[in-house]
Design a protein around this ligand. Structure first.
Ligand code: FBP
Length: 272
């Protein structure tokens, strides 16, 4: 883990990453609630809000982002986080795997990436292969001096449901995934919210001070969403990586204003 507090993707120690890789991960169905969100330039524009410290894009949209900035003379777009791997949910697979589509060299030298992201499916039968890919990604990112964000999503045949939890939301499983981020050399780990503040605390207890961000999840009310974000910040979380809760809103500005206050200005959402 490196000190990344000087990175453009960090503000006051925290981050708000606007994730827009859903066209690969889930497909256009995620744009149906707000059809204008299918247009990448709409979401690029949302990313110009001061609260956003990075926009996470797959390679094709990252290329589009840079040409959109150039064509429109835009110099206040969000810093770029290139998501190096991804997969669709169209393929029938024996277990979870997210192949790499972009090299760190291409992300940095051709796209001007400020950070890179990689999804790790610990618990999948393909975990070993992903560790190897992550090793190469992490070492290359170190050479370029840019932060590494791990989307740490334990899932697959090794992850069991218990009576109390589905495997992916079990706080112990989420904490194990977060710890892998530290052990494998990420600078920020992005985890699913395990449902309670105590669950997030369990994760914070094992990451040795590495930065953690909550993964947004499906759309919910402003109040419910802000409450989850605040509950992670209160116990040491460093912000958010969010997609649907932003781009599925008609006007995400209001929520972004509040997220800015909660994530960067230590505000309690009940007082906003
Ligand atoms: P959301 O805030 O919409 O959940 O986006 C965060 C994210 O990690 C995206 O980067 C990614 O596309 C999606 O969630 C993956 O979600 P899952 O694999 O859990 O369906």
């Amino acid at each position: 883990m490196e000190d990344i507090n000087d990175s453009p993707i960090v503000r006051n120690g925290n981050s708000l990453i606007l994730a827009y890789d859903h066209g690969t991960e889930h497909g256009p169905v995620d744009f149906e609630p707000m059809p204008k969100s299918a247009d990448p330039t709409h979401v690029f524009d949302v990313g110009r809000h001061d609260a956003v410290t990075a926009i996470a894009l797959q390679k094709g949209n990252a290329e589009y982002y840079r040409s959109w900035e150039k064509a429109n003379g835009i110099d206040d777009g969000a810093p770029l986080l290139v998501k190096l791997n991804g997969n669709s949910n169209l393929a029938a697979r024996d277990d979870y795997y997210s192949p790499k589509q972009c090299s760190v060299r291409y992300a940095v030298e051709e796209l001007g990436a400020d950070a890179i992201g990689y999804t790790m499916y610990a618990g999948s039968t393909h975990e070993d292969e992903m560790w190897k890919e992550f090793r190469d990604v992490q070492e290359a990112a170190r050479k370029y001096g840019i932060p590494v964000v791990m989307w740490s999503y334990p899932r697959g045949k090794g992850i069991q449901n218990s009576e109390e939890y589905s495997g992916q939301t079990d706080p112990k499983v989420v904490a194990y995934g977060a710890r892998l981020g530290l052990e494998l050399g990420a600078d920020v780990v992005k985890c699913k919210y395990p449902g309670t503040q105590d669950g997030w605390q369990q994760l914070e207890d094992v990451v040795g001070g590495m930065k953690t961000v909550m993964s947004g999840g499906s759309k919910r009310s402003d109040e419910a969403f802000l409450e989850d974000v605040f509950s992670t910040i209160e116990v040491g979380g460093n912000g958010l990586a969010v997609g649907r809760n932003i781009f599925q809103r008609e006007d995400p500005e209001g929520l972004l204003d509040k997220l800015e206050a909660v994530i960067f200005e230590d505000e309690n959402p009940d007082e906003l």
